[in-house]
Design a protein around this ligand. Structure first.
Ligand code: ADP
Length: 229
């Protein structure tokens, strides 16, 4: 599903690479935690996956496509097959829960009756069907992140990318979000989660890839978080 071949990323004006010769393979249907100190390069790695950034050298292959070589006009097609979840939710606060999830389908011209079927199903999965008519700003942080999860999965993406999805949440809501991501993985999506949630990583026993200073320093099946606070 994901392959990095000798990937280096040097931002304009940066003195050192943010990613330095990354080689990685993540298979279809895997669940992977990406850990490492702040500034290690986790967000940069994820941004390469959804073509928010382009590698300086090397290849990033997602779902069989060399995405560094995609023409800009093709990037929206790549993103249709991906679900991305951020630490700060990135919802439209004045719009309803329903609208926030429906937007993900409207941009791809999904027919209205399909939207009316798929949005409630996605909201049901995250336990928020009863809040469909609420404005997002009326929801708690945990609920808002569940809306963001519903928005990410409503198009049935092959790959879900979550960049510190629990960074603004308390432990209970953090667990709820990670369990949802695990459920989505069980339903078939490949899931990559960058996180500092030590306890959750230690208990979920998934593959853990650690990066430091732009380099993969550890890659373990059923791994642990592995850093002191
Ligand atoms: P992490 O997600 O692990 O905290 P990042 O990928 O955000 O790490 O950052 C990795 C390194 O790249 C850091 O040194 C950071 O300062 C640098 N960096 C990130 N984004 C940019 C940017 N847009 N321009 C220049 N440097 C950046």
């Amino acid at each position: 599903m994901i392959q990095f071949v000798n990937v280096t990323k040097i931002y304009p004006n940066a003195h050192v690479p943010s990613l330095n010769g990354i080689n990685l393979h993540i298979g279809r249907g895997e669940f992977v935690f990406l850990v490492g100190p702040s500034g290690a390069g986790k967000s940069t790695l994820m941004k390469l996956l959804y073509r928010e950034e382009v590698a300086t050298s090397g290849k990033v292959i997602v779902d069989g496509k060399d995405i560094g070589r995609l023409r800009p006009s093709m990037v929206p097609y790549l993103r249709r097959n991906l679900g991305v979840i951020f630490q700060d939710f990135k919802l439209l606060p004045e719009r309803t829960v329903f609208d926030n999830v429906a937007f993900a389908l409207e941009v791809t011209d999904v027919p209205r009756r399909e939207i009316l079927r798929r949005v409630p199903a996605a909201l049901e999965l995250v336990g928020l069907r009863h809040k469909a008519r609420s404005k997002c700003l009326e929801l708690s942080g945990g609920e808002q992140q569940r809306v963001a999860v519903a928005r990410a999965i409503v198009r049935n993406p092959v790959l879900v990318i979550a960049d510190e999805p629990t960074g603004n949440l308390d432990p209970e809501n953090s667990w709820a979000i990670m369990k949802l991501l695990s459920d989505i993985n069980q339903m078939g999506a490949t899931v990559v989660v960058a996180t500092h949630a030590r306890t959750i990583v230690d208990q979920m026993k998934k593959r853990v890839i650690a990066i430091e200073k732009g380099v993969v320093v550890r890659d373990e099946e059923r791994g642990t978080y592995g850093y002191e606070h």
